[in-house]
Design a protein around this ligand. Structure first.
Ligand SMILES: [Zn+2]
Length: 1095
């Protein structure tokens, strides 16, 4: 039963030690991965799930015809006006929006209260500007503070927005308005919102006294002064590192009681501070200095004088604005993490380690805890009590990707075979043997690390312990030394106590008028002829064990007999779609190689057979039903690939009607747009799950197809949905074929059940993702591929112990694509804390955002969108207020103090709030929203990170010879230079933005035309030109695509062109056309919310 242990004694399973220099994320794209490195450790060398497929050789990947204007680009839903709405001149062109937001005339800020100075300069510095060397330390420990300029500035010019009270009301409305940011003109801007308003005139915006609190950092006083902020000098500069975490040691705020202190004119800040070299270094720095000469602060220390006297005679300072560089920068954080953590492998031995960010390339060495590629947590140090957890409001969740693909340098989980006795488990809680189980009594028994039950060690598993109490064979056994591994399952783990048959793939093709006319059917059939040679295989298998079948349909279904003995395929029509049955068993599911000739013949004939069809109506539910019945008859699990074009209005079960109604947006009924219009699909999905039948849906709609309803079955069966609006072969084939190839080839497990066990004190209470649950603990997945995640939320049910920490064990039982039944186990140990500061020091904002987005996106099914948005804002404010109250050093209330590892929470949360699902623009269709909603629910942390905060890369700033990816810039129009070219991607969309003043040479090199005006707007393919720049840019595009799970179609956008509106939608730090707040405004708003909670 044991694993044959011929293993090398020491270094545990010599995981192939990665050679990381060469590691590029892109390299592990499904299709191109190189075979997993052979593991030196022969013993556990189980079948390596195939990352090894090469791209279909025969498949031509010629660039799509170029010139054609991307259909989708120009027009969203075909026919519907696309971006027309964008045009509302309202867009801020020109300099950044932030710039315009001159919130207060210079004088204002200083009015009553010395706002600005406040600041926390010091504080600010800490986080952002630590001298390079100390950076790491501070980064870990320091809380960051943004200066809060608090101050009730007297409404200077009387233009103010009314009495303080208005403020209150304004704030109250804020959430309710739904359209954060788009305040009715003339109304008192809630908080800092004013800033975001391009339209408004600066002068008008006086700030109501209270409002001033928001003006903070931002517009507030001269930034420089703030930096030097007298208040907390010690903190930022001198503070001993140790003290940083809580700011405790920070110099006693000379400050006065909160609030009031603000008014106190702080002494003039040390001049030098502003000149600290350290700060100036920052490149994309979150800090102002980096931005170079600040025009506004011409004089060395303009503000100084002002602080003294209350109504500081407003010096005619230029209008102030919040310097975007003075607020936390995602780019800086990402870059710092890359620099600090990208060069060393992440070794998982220690409990509770926070992994590098998802944006950092790093290798993982499994030494007892699951790799962050499999599990990421919102916090790696969780509160010991539920009271603490409630106080902090930080969700405790894990984003789990059980079958995650690994880079070639990392070994796939070893497969352990315990023979007939099966995997060793705890008798009581059924947890699987893992490195945290404690062996006692000389090795004869073990105590379960999850439930403390004492279990006997079966004789065949017995082994002696060494002097430390560890089994002497610990390093020879994956299940005793690694965080992730697999067990071969015995027949007890199989349905009906029978080992499963290999799975099957059934291709179900819509052959109605639209599908034929667009060229889809012909393209697909042609592609399948070669793609079928690349079905997933396992290990070194010569051919895939997966069998295939074919169905075409419109209002009726056509089944095909493709038995190898036939000379020609045979068609069988089922027109009684109300009572679906499978007309043939023998010859429907076949081995590709055996039936190749018949299959090829069939694929050649299908486009011809339906070439003249006039049938426009389709059915949908009966198609799924048929596929599922076919799998049931064949007694196997499998996947249905559905290629579908229209709303299924034909008379049949699951028939739908067009119920799209944009008028419901922002009403209490908006949620119905996300709900399925009939329960029939849920019922069907349940049957599919029971059969292990997973559905991947490829949609090609020309109009509303009710994605919310059609995606129910894919969603509940662990499948995927792809949508190609207004599909036209010439424009969209590259994208579709690329997605299809990847989807067909990807490694997938079938008929899976996932259970997450936890040590005493916490338990899994909620789950998010594409799956079905028939009880409260088991996540059932008809299929699960390497891209899908399941997010699990935990709650306390008892007190945790700092010493023992908390353990998670995720066990996934599944059928591999070769038909082998297996258990994949991932273990993770977390720390537990009695101090809130420890929680805040070990959080991971990217994962937090992933969880919060999923929570919100599920919430819209049942609650008005506005309620969902409000809840997110409130929770975020509570999280930050709790930190402020319990972990930050006492300081003026005017300061916004953010925990170091959550300093991006506001900017990222704002991106979620203004996403299409929660705040749709006029150009976003109901189907788009439903589509994105279901996509996000299964996304991993890296995907949500770039989806919500797109990557913007300047292309001509770095030396042309440079082979590395250019450093990103912040997603704001302010960062665009009209003399440059940028790529923007978010995992689904890819834009190439061309500035109007780009050098002619560059235009020529990249587009092959002589001037900017000759560049075709909306171009989707760059010409292949033989020069360095062209090669570099095309190479970079290929790289970006390889890193993502879906093909991103390129759209070339020219500055000032109509399409630019579409592009600007992704500049998420700016105010959006749909009313989404700018980052600056949102930060001010959060600050205000936090202050309210604290007061
Ligand atoms: Zn147990």
């Amino acid at each position: 039963m044991n694993v044959n242990q011929s293993a090398p004694p020491v270094p545990p399973f010599g995981q192939p030690q990665p050679v990381y220099p060469g590691y590029h994320q892109s390299s592990y794209g499904g299709q191109q991965g190189s075979p997993a490195a052979p593991t030196p450790y022969g013993a556990y060398n189980g079948p390596v799930p195939g990352y090894q497929q090469a791209p279909p050789p025969g498949v031509s990947r010629a660039p799509p015809s170029s010139g054609a204007p991307p259909a989708s680009t120009a027009q969203g839903p075909c026919g519907q006006n696309a971006y027309g709405q964008f045009g509302q001149g309202d867009v801020q062109n020109g300099p950044n929006s932030t710039v315009q937001m001159q919130r207060l005339p210079g004088s204002q800020p200083f009015g009553l209260a010395p706002l600005a100075p406040v600041v926390s300069q010091p504080a600010v510095l800490q986080p952002y500007g630590p001298p390079p060397t100390s950076a790491q330390v501070t980064a870990q420990l320091a809380g960051m503070q943004i200066s809060g300029a608090v101050a009730p500035a007297p409404p200077p010019s009387g233009l103010g927005y009314g009495p303080p009270t208005s403020l209150a009301s304004a704030s109250g409305n804020f959430p309710n308005s739904g359209l954060y940011g788009s305040y009715p003109q003339g109304q008192a801007p809630p908080l800092g919102q004013a800033q975001g308003h391009p339209g408004a005139q600066p002068p008008q915006r006086s700030v109501p006294p209270q409002a001033s609190s928001f003006t903070p950092p931002t517009s507030g006083g001269p930034r420089m002064p703030s930096m030097t902020g007298p208040h907390l000098p010690g903190q930022s500069f001198g503070g001993p590192p140790g003290s940083q975490p809580n700011h405790v040691s920070s110099p006693p705020p000379q400050a006065l009681p909160s609030g009031s202190q603000m008014t106190g004119p702080p002494g003039p800040p040390p001049m030098h501070s502003s000149q600290q070299p350290g700060y100036q270094l920052q490149q994309n720095g979150s800090f102002g200095p980096s931005r170079g000469p600040q025009p506004n602060y011409g004089s060395p220390y303009p503000g100084a004088a002002t602080f003294g006297s209350q109504p500081g005679p407003p010096q005619p300072l230029p209008p102030k604005r919040l310097d975007p560089d003075a607020i936390p920068s995602p780019i800086q954080v990402i870059e710092d993490d890359r620099n600090n953590r990208g060069s060393e492998p992440f070794v998982t031995g220690a409990r509770g380690q926070v992994p590098p960010l998802v944006t950092t390339n790093f290798l993982v060495k499994d030494q007892g805890n699951a790799s962050p590629r499999y599990i990421r947590c919102t916090s790696y140090n969780i509160p010991c009590t539920s009271d603490m957890a409630k106080q902090a409001q930080v969700p405790l969740a894990a984003v789990i990707k059980p079958l995650a693909r690994l880079p070639p340098e990392e070994a796939s989980p070893y497969v352990v075979d315990h023979g007939e006795s099966g995997p060793l488990r705890c008798n009581r809680c059924k947890a699987y043997m893992c490195p945290f189980m404690q062996f006692i009594e000389g090795g004869r028994r073990f105590q379960c690390c999850f439930c403390s039950c004492i279990n006997d060690v079966p004789p065949q598993y017995f082994q002696h312990l060494d002097h430390t109490g560890k089994r002497v064979d610990a390093y020879d056994r994956p299940e005793l030394s690694l965080g992730s591994y697999e067990f071969l399952a015995t027949v007890d783990y199989c349905k009906n106590n029978k080992f499963p048959s290999p799975p099957a793939f059934i291709f179900m093709i819509d052959v109605s008028y639209n599908a034929i006319r667009s060229g889809l059917v012909r393209l697909l059939c042609e592609e399948l002829k070669s793609l079928l040679d690349f079905l997933p295989r396992e290990g070194g298998a010569e051919e895939s064990a997966i069998r295939v079948g074919f169905v075409t349909y419109n209002k009726v279904l056509h089944f095909y007999n493709v038995k190898s003995s036939l000379a020609q395929p045979q068609m069988m029509v089922v027109s009684d779609v109300g009572d679906m049955f499978v007309p043939l068993l023998d010859g429907f599911l076949v081995n590709v190689n055996e039936s190749r000739a018949v299959i090829t013949s069939l694929l050649d004939q299908i486009p011809e057979m339906f070439a003249d069809t006039r049938e426009t109506e389709t059915v949908f539910a009966p198609v799924i039903q048929a596929g599922m019945e076919a799998l049931k008859a064949a007694e196997c699990a499998g996947k249905l690939f559905l290629f579908h074009t229209s709303l299924p209005i034909a008379e049949a079960p699951g028939k739908l009607k067009n119920r799209d109604d944009r008028k419901l947006i922002n009403t209490d009924k908006e949620k119905t747009l996300f709900q399925p219009q009939t329960g029939a699909y849920q019922t069907l999905a349940k049957e599919c799950v029971a059969q292990g039948c997973c559905i991947d849906l490829f949609l090609f709609p020309n109009q509303y197809v009710d994605v919310a309803t059609l995606s129910v079955v894919p969603q509940l069966t662990g499948g995927s949905v792809y949508k190609y609006a207004c599909f036209q072969v010439e424009n969209d084939q590259e994208r579709f074929l690329s997605d299809l190839r990847r989807d067909v080839q990807k490694v997938i497990g079938f008929d899976a059940v996932m259970r997450v066990r936890t040590s005493t004190g916490i338990r899994a209470v909620d789950f998010f993702g594409a799956f079905y649950m028939s009880n409260t603990t088991d996540v059932e997945l008809a299929g699960l591929d390497g891209d899908k995640t399941v997010t699990v939320e935990f709650k306390h049910d008892d007190r945790l112990n700092e010493e023992s920490g908390a353990l998670l064990q995720c066990a996934l039982l599944y059928t591999s694509c070769a038909g082998q039944r297996r258990l994949r186990i991932h273990n993770l140990a977390l720390n537990c804390c009695t101090q809130l500061a420890d929680l805040y020091r070990n959080c991971e904002t990217d994962t937090l955002i992933n969880y919060m987005a999923k929570f919100a996106y599920r919430g819209v099914l049942n609650s008005p969108v506005k309620t969902v948005r409000d809840a997110l804002i409130t929770q975020c404010a509570q999280i930050l207020a709790c930190y402020r109250k319990n972990c930050a050093s006492p300081s003026s209330a005017g300061q916004l103090i953010l925990p170091e590892c959550m300093k991006l929470l506001p900017v990222y949360l704002n991106c979620v709030l203004k996403s299409d699902v929660l705040q749709p623009g006029a150009e976003v269709t109901t189907d788009d929203r439903a589509y994105v909603r279901q996509l996000v629910i299964s996304m991993d942390v890296a995907e949500t990170n770039v989806f919500f905060y797109p990557r913007l890369l300047p292309l001509t700033k770095s030396p042309i010879e440079s082979t590395t990816e250019p450093p990103a810039v912040r997603a704001s129009e302010e960062r665009l230079s009209n003399g440059d070219i940028y790529l923007l991607e978010n995992g689904l969309n890819l834009f190439l933005w061309v500035g109007a003043s780009v050098q002619q040479g560059v235009v020529q090199s990249l587009f092959g035309v002589s001037s900017f005006s000759q560049i075709t707007s909306g171009l989707s393919v760059l010409p292949v030109l033989d020069n360095l720049l062209s090669k570099k840019v095309r190479g970079l595009i290929d790289n970006l695509r390889a890193q993502r799970s879906r093909y991103m179609k390129l759209i070339v956008v020219k500055q000032e062109d109509k399409l630019e509106m579409l592009f600007k939608h992704f500049l998420v730090e700016d105010k959006s056309l749909s009313g989404g707040a700018s980052y600056v405004d949102f930060l001010c708003h959060m600050h205000k919310e936090i202050r309210q909670l604290l007061s």
